[in-house]
Design a protein around this ligand. Sequence first.
Ligand code: URA
Length: 283
Amino acid sequence: MADSGNSMRNLERHLEQWLIAYGSDLAIPAGTAVPRAEPEPREAVPATTAEPAAEQHVEIPTITRAQPATNAPRPSSDSQVEEPAQANQSHTVTSLRALRAEVLACTKCKLHSGRQNAVFGEGDPTARVMFIGEAPGASEDESGRPFVGPAGQLLDRILEAAMGLRRPEVFIANLNKCWPSSNRAPDAEEVAACLPYLEQQIQLVQPEVLVCLGRTAAQNLLGSTESLASMRIQDHFYNGVPVIVTWHPAYLLREPSKKRETWDDIKRVNQLLGRPEVPPPKR
Ligand code: URA
């Protein structure tokens, strides 16, 4: 009884955190304390405080695996076991750096001519989960980093509230690496030119779960023409890796009623990773 009381309180505290992160427009169970909603995210990072160019900032970070894989055998302290793992990790980092250099110099489609920066992606090179968006927007083009505008600020809050993770603990990539100016979706030719880069990123990082943010990423990665609403309620795999399809954070900014479904989708990601369905509350 005491246990179920505690878990109910934990759940309520989580819902509070979720509401703080997402705004108060969700259906709120009776008896739940409702915190004041945060204002909508500010417009993109102002030019004066924008991150310096990609070359300095999309560096593959130090190799630290944030969460050990739950089912995979853990390396013991025996150095014979650890050495190959380290060798694999450094191979991953070296290969990601080489791939990043290729992306930054890419001229395979017309998008290269209008870009300030190609946006390779960033995060833990051995992340257990990879988030995949559509393409950089104006803020990302300017900074060379993925998801730094309003949609990215919401993504950060989703990561924190629903997974208890920060962006360096996951890998964030896009289907297309260059900004299709005026924020249109990339066309078929642009996707075909860029998709192999994403495929190589997945192959190198080897995430245990992929999360497609929005229809364009999901349709192109999974070779589907279905709507997002129908894709998000189906099971998908990409080369044997489970794929969760959910609403794009930019869409959530316009259509906040979909945040509840996103919460459910992220709970499935947590389940697949063997993590608590909702992260323990912060003290
Ligand atoms: N939208 C995306 O799909 N990707 C970004 O990096 C930013 C906005």
